[in-house]
Design a binder for this molecule. Structure first.
Ligand code: GLY
Length: 352
């Protein structure tokens, strides 16, 4: 099954949304936003005819609200304000809104259709397509959820001007990862852009390429039995960095942790899979310049390893990594020893 994606230039965004929604039959339309995206992003599309009679559900922003309480609040609103199986939910926001809104819709009355309108670069190139929905539970990210694709996803750079620079780069890291899974020309194109943030208004062609990489992979393997694990490149170490920073009261944006994790995992790719050293060094240098570095010391290695042991991809064989033997050539299910992981962390600390 394929994602239905509408890539929309800023000038035609409201017309494109109207023409999409007029092709769908529904009784009531519910718009889910958060307290950030309601004033900053929904405002940009509020003149759409389809939204005149919309019922609004606005949730608290930030990943800490992607929880059972917020979910129950969405269900209560849907239930109390007349949602039926013929209703349509439109999620307008970052990955937090598309994840929880998609899950609320997928479970309400055993499934109400939903449309995603992602407003962050990260949600455009990752969360809003591929059908993963869910919430955090018992301190674990995305612990409860279902695979269920949106009816359609509308992607437009119109919202990028609402993003702080750091949030933009957070999405750019996932784009670099997608380019490494795709082709040398995609990768070379992205790492030759000196100031991607200053080009954000012209970003649609780059976004389109990146989304298409994700869609090709998730179409082939929707339920992450095999190839979809390729999308986890950089995330084994990246998630450990992200959780470690959070536990130390110093949270970092997801994409920054992914960028730093990518450096470690490309190092492992050179050692275990003969990934070309020069391409690893070029990527690492670009990441250092645009994302800075994550401060770790040897005494942190055990804690980082323990966090990696909790990764969802693992089996009883140990910590599972997606690596690359070259650009465009993912190698799945590599079990890497603690000593080798420590070497990658040493390289990260000293080798850059
Ligand atoms: N974020 C990776 C995936 O959707 O599989």
């Amino acid at each position: 099954m394929q994602d239905r994606i509408l890539f929309s230039a800023p000038d035609s965004l409201t017309e494109d949304i109207d023409s999409l929604l007029s092709s769908v039959e529904y009784d009531n339309l519910f718009v889910i936003t958060d307290t950030n995206t309601l004033p900053l992003c929904f405002e940009r599309i509020s003149s759409c005819k389809a939204f005149i009679a919309a019922r609004h559900i606005t949730i608290g922003c930030g990943d800490e609200n992607k929880n059972l309480e917020t979910l129950a609040n969405i269900w209560k609103n849907l239930s109390g304000r007349g949602a039926t199986r013929k209703s349509l939910v439109v999620n307008v926001g970052g990955g937090m809104v598309t994840d929880i809104g998609g899950f609320a819709a997928s479970t309400f009355k055993r499934g109400v259709r939903f449309v995603n309108i992602p407003t962050t670069l990260l949600a455009m190139v990752d969360a809003s397509t591929g059908g993963k929905t869910g919430i955090n539970f018992l301190g674990l990210k995305n612990e409860i959820g279902v695979f269920n694709r949106p009816l359609a996803t509308v992607i437009s750079p119109a919202f990028l001007s609402t993003l702080p620079e750091k949030e933009f780069y957070s999405g750019y890291a996932e784009m670099i990862k997608h380019s490494l899974l795709a082709s040398e020309s995609d990768w070379a194109e992205l790492i030759s852009i000196d100031e991607p943030y200053s080009m954000k208004d012209d970003f649609l062609p780059f976004i389109e390429k990146s989304v298409n990489v994700k869609c090709r992979v998730t179409e082939e393997d929707p339920f992450e039995k095999g190839l979809r694990k390729a999308l986890n490149l950089a995330h084994t170490v990246g998630h450990a960095f992200e959780s470690f920073a959070m536990q130390n009261g110093n949270p970092v944006p997801h994409g920054f942790a992914v960028a730093w994790g990518l450096v470690c995992e490309l190092f492992l790719s050179t050692v275990k899979k003969e990934f070309p050293i020069e391409k690893m060094r070029q990527t690492a240098a670009y990441i250092k310049e645009h994302f800075g570095t994550f401060g770790i010391e040897c005494k942190d290695y055990d804690a980082l390893y323990n966090l990696m042991l909790h990764d969802k991809k693992n089996t009883q064989n140990g910590v599972n990594f997606t690596l690359l033997s070259d650009i465009g050539q993912p190698e799945l299910d590599n079990y890497i020893s603690k000593e080798e992981i420590n070497e990658a962390l040493d390289f990260y600390r000293e080798g850059l």
